[in-house]
Design a protein around this ligand. Sequence first.
Ligand SMILES: Nc1ncnc2c1ncn2[C@@H]1O[C@H](COP(=O)(O)OP(=O)(O)OP(=O)(O)O)[C@@H](O)[C@H]1O
Ligand SMILES: [Zn+2]
Length: 722
Amino acid sequence: MPHIAHIAVQTPAHSAVGELLSYASEEVLPPGTLVRVPLGRRELLGVVWEPPAAPAPLPEGLELRSVACVLPGLAPLDAGWRRLVAFAAHYYQRSVGEIAVTALPPQLRDMTAEQLARRLAPPKPARKSRKSKAETETEPQACEPVRPQQPAAIPSIALSAEQASVFAQIEQSPGPFLLYGSTGSGKTEVYLRAVQAVLEANPQAQALVMVPEINLTPQLEERFTARFAPLYGAEAVVSMHSGMTNPQRLKSWLAGHTGRARIVLGTRMAIFASLPRLALIVVDEEHDASYKQQEGARYSARDLAVWRGRDAGAKVILGSATPSLESWHASSPTAQGGPGRYLRLAMPGRIGAAALPRVRLVDMTQQPRKAVFSPPLLEAITARVQRGEQSLVLLNRRGFAPVLFCADCGWKSDCPHCSAHQVFHKGDRTLRCHHCGFTQRVPFACPSCGNPDILPLGKGTEQLEEELERVLRNVQRPDGNPARVARIDADTTRAKGALQEQLAAMHAGDIDVLVGTQMVAKGHDFRRITLVAAVQPDSALYSSDYRAPERLFCLLMQAAGRAGRDAGYVAAQGSRAEMWIQTHDPANPVYAALQKHDYEAFAARQLQERQDAGMPPYAFQAIVRADARTQEAAQAFLNAATQAARDAQLPWLDEVFIYPPIPMAVQRVANVERAQMLLEATSRGALLRFLNHWQPWLHWLRGQGEHRTIVRWLVDVDPLSI
Ligand SMILES: Nc1ncnc2c1ncn2[C@@H]1O[C@H](COP(=O)(O)OP(=O)(O)OP(=O)(O)O)[C@@H](O)[C@H]1O
Ligand SMILES: [Zn+2]
């Protein structure tokens, strides 16, 4: 008599087969076991799950298919990991199988049992063969006993008074903590100490340290490896991010799962790492939007970190110089004067008493028209090049110009597939749509009227780089060499290793002026930058998104934080750190707060506005989006979904306000029309319960009549942009 196993597998998205599937198995399979199971004609990776509370009775005469095999050599995923996956599925309105399987390394999905067994086998005594590098890399020494390492002295530095006080509080309290520390206050050193403390306290403990972007992982990896490899071995520190090859990802994942890795460093995906001995989670730059996944399961790795920490009994440290308003609110005393949910720890000073840069606003209405760089800013940059100091010029728009334009007939370089312009990239003479990727050669003349004189409109990073090269071409560095301008954005960093090379050049002082997007504005510990300039930040002030001011303020404050980090250097140069902002709206309160480096006043005012308007974090939101061939069809689906909820009198509907559907800001992408509908509630629980009741109706509706033509629909809980 075979046993029944309930397996979480990734079924085709939205196929309504959302939950667990039942299979026959010869043996009892403990939950967490990794298996391969047949589904249709395919064989898929699955995870054995707890039996559902009320298993559906098997239809008469139906025979269960059997589990194809158990993946050998792997301990089952533990209950904590399964709880995390189940919570994320429930909260973000996805299936357990989807979250579980996508959280596992891709290679595990495609490997047969034999292949995995081979990977896990102890390495054969080295006989140099023609094995590919990738193959060798994937051979984790699973069966090798862990050799105790000789403890070596930890190269560590004396903590500043602020660091020491914060560290003591982290030791004493359970948390979660919001480490609110200025740019350059030495938050990383606090993370290192906190990690060290948990690893020393328990020889098996593991720590998870997350950063928002891949480009920040190498720097962090270097610091953690330097600190901990001498103590626990080079294997003890592993990385996890999407820039790694599949074999590398499998290797890191196995190291975490088996407990060999004591420290996992990664981007948002690392929140789902299997870490049976998790004792500490650090979320650096916790305000960063990259922690929110923007496709598939739209989870927030930061929010899941807080949940996972509580569930696993692990400490959680969220760190930022500009915390998200959610975290700031959560760490504020309650209206009754009680402590907030998070314990706020402040480090207002910079290491070495370095000064925060002086913020200078340039009123662009008083500057020559069409000037990209105002004359005083150019002068300031020039003087720095001549003194051998570095400058950072920030513009959050890549390409040469956001649009090409014909002054004769009004033609614009619109993307034929999207409601967006195609961006002019001068380097390879292309027009590229940043939404769908559609790329064309730049036309020699206006495609509409034949006018040979088509003009770029607006500025992108490519143009800034060109402009700076032009105006600085006769400016010399102290060593007599000409000024060197470089650019870092998604276009210059496509090639593998390119970004690391460019960052290394910056750190080595080979670059005088760096033009970049938000990629370089945060996290980096540049030592010789004394000037940061935001040349065109205003557009964010007029966005319809209520989070736009918060995002702009954070970005500028983080960018300012790249300047003047080394007090000794600034003093020796006889220089001063400056942040320049070119604006047409110098009276805007966002800039006034920035001039005072007053995050707290800014946050207080924003929170007051949010409270008055009933916005998050004082209310809870979700978005339901529908994509279809026409805007009418997309909106019809959303209207029908609301109607279905009303007709069925779904529980909790009374506590949720459903706004009418509207087209998305970028309405059409790749010939698909997009519409969305906002849901709001004053209780997180009510919103969630309503969504859980509603979801089956959305699945059902999609199979009905005209709605079959919908391209897709999705739910975004706690959306970051609306
Ligand atoms: N106790 C200390 N003594 C001397 N130097 C320190 C100390 N702590 C940190 N530093 C140095 O100070 C610099 C800034 O530290 P770190 O990069 O951790 O700042 P941060 O708080 O993460 O800033 P940001 O938010 O801008 O990323 C680093 O070069 C670091 O090595
Ligand atoms: Zn397009």
